[in-house]
Design a protein around this ligand. Sequence first.
Ligand SMILES: [Zn+2]
Length: 249
Amino acid sequence: MIGWLRARSPLRPVWRIWSKWLIAPRCLFCNQAADLGDLDLCSDCLISLPWAESFNGESIAVFRAGIKSLSIQVPLWYAPPIDAALRDLKFHGDLAPARVFGAVLAARAAIAGDLPDLIVPVPLHRGRLHERGYNQAAQLARSTADWLGRPCAPRLLERRRATVPQTSLDAPARRRNLVGAFVLGADAGRWLRDRPALAFRRLALVDDVLTTGATLAAAAEALGSLGSLSIWAVARPMSSSFTSPVTPG
Ligand SMILES: [Zn+2]
């Protein structure tokens, strides 16, 4: 992964000249000088992050039949220092973690050969988007798309009704909370019209955290008719109940 990140993020020429004095990238986690090209991350911290093992095939069975072939990339545990960085991204307006985690997701997907034609964030309802000012999943999706050189479609999906925050609910209530919450958005028609080759190709659906999988499953179901899906999230809790059967209905 270090090699992939360095190859993809050479220091821009102006940085080569000025970086030692002014704008050298600093590591998001230890604030020391970064050594992964243009990325705000150092290789020592990258190595010591709480890496999670890959999902096995059993996890994939949690999604409803009808969604075409599915792969899941969730590279990290929701544990220090990932949890604090994701909270900063989601609640405190700090967008720097999106670039670092987008790079990590991109590197993991590229190394796994899991390369989509289009990258789609899990949307926020417009009320919450207005309140927060940005969608953290869209920030992650854009960053991942930049690193992979793939297009991002932040409005392909739409959250058509506000839902109670998932963190306040148990797993069955989370699934009920999300029934019918996602639909194809206004941009879906344009994408399919302008890029018809995308139909029945591969999409990657991006969120920040995968807990029970209910949100991603509901969003995946809305996207399911468009093509095969990869599910990407930055992290999952160590106590995640994701391996138990999860269906959005
Ligand atoms: Zn560091």
